[in-house]
Write a protein that binds this ligand. Structure first.
Ligand code: DC
Length: 230
């Protein structure tokens, strides 16, 4: 069967990764969470003290980029986890602290260039489901299927808050809501590759949709695109 490239973009906490993983499992495609890559760079910058509440030494981060190696490796359950210079950082990158600093880090063109090159290599052979903010516009502008996911900021903040609570993180709903809105603002207004719906992307607002319905809607779109390529 012919393989296609599936690009899933959208605002934070719209459930992109949930549906991307479901699709990749069903189609036996590779799943790439590009947000995890930006989060890994933000974690690196935080640990090195390049970024804090009061300053961001972006020029030093850019100089140090060549020292960063990112890899996805499958764990014993078959789930891909991200490694920063051979250290598994899958859990650390999901913290509220990383969420607070990742959007400024993702505005840096040199960071984007390095990650986009790696993402394009990972998707070279097609058969990939990639989620992020610029997949349909920059990474794979000729992807056969592009989805743009949206949901109200309240719905998204509530989903993220529940997730963080389940992990045992001590956060308030207000903090999470503020972070979701701040990230939306930075992600959509940055100069390099802002979050935009590609002209040929299909928009899905899942505020009122359950996970199963969403999966079946997008899977049907993927099957249609695959059938056209056979
Ligand atoms: O999907 P996520 O919330 O884990 O992404 C974290 C941040 O990374 C997000 O606020 C913006 C940035 N990002 C990006 O700029 N481009 C991508 N392709 C993926 C994520």
């Amino acid at each position: 069967m012919a393989k296609i490239t599936i690009a899933i973009d959208g605002y934070s906490s719209t459930g992109k990764s949930t549906v991307a993983k479901q699709l990749a499992d069903w189609l036996e495609y590779v799943y790439v969470d590009t947000g995890a890559m930006y989060r890994a760079i933000a974690l690196f910058a935080l640990r090195k003290g390049f970024i804090s509440e009061v300053s961001f030494a972006s020029d030093i981060l850019v100089e140090e980029l060549s020292k960063i190696t990112l890899e996805f490796k499958k764990n014993s359950d078959g789930k891909a986890e991200i490694y920063l210079n051979d250290e598994n950082i899958e859990k650390q990158i999901r913290s509220m602290e990383v969420s607070e600093f990742v959007s400024p880090v993702a505005t840096i063109s040199e960071v984007r260039k390095k990650l986009v090159e790696q993402q394009q290599k990972m998707g070279e052979g097609k058969g990939v489901v990639m989620d992020g903010r610029d997949i349909g516009t920059v990474v794979f502008p000729s992807a056969e299927l592009k989805i743009f996911m949206t949901a109200s900021s309240k719905t998204r903040a509530m989903r993220r808050f529940t997730e963080l609570q389940q992990r045992g993180d001590m956060v308030t709903f207000e903090e999470v809501f503020k972070n979701v809105e701040e990230r939306d603002h930075i992600d959509t207004t940055r100069e390099d590759s802002p979050l935009r719906k590609a002209l040929d992307a299909i928009e899905i607002d899942n505020s009122e949709m359950n996970i199963e319905d969403q999966f079946h809607t997008i899977l049907q779109l993927a099957k249609d695109r695959i059938a056209r390529r056979i």
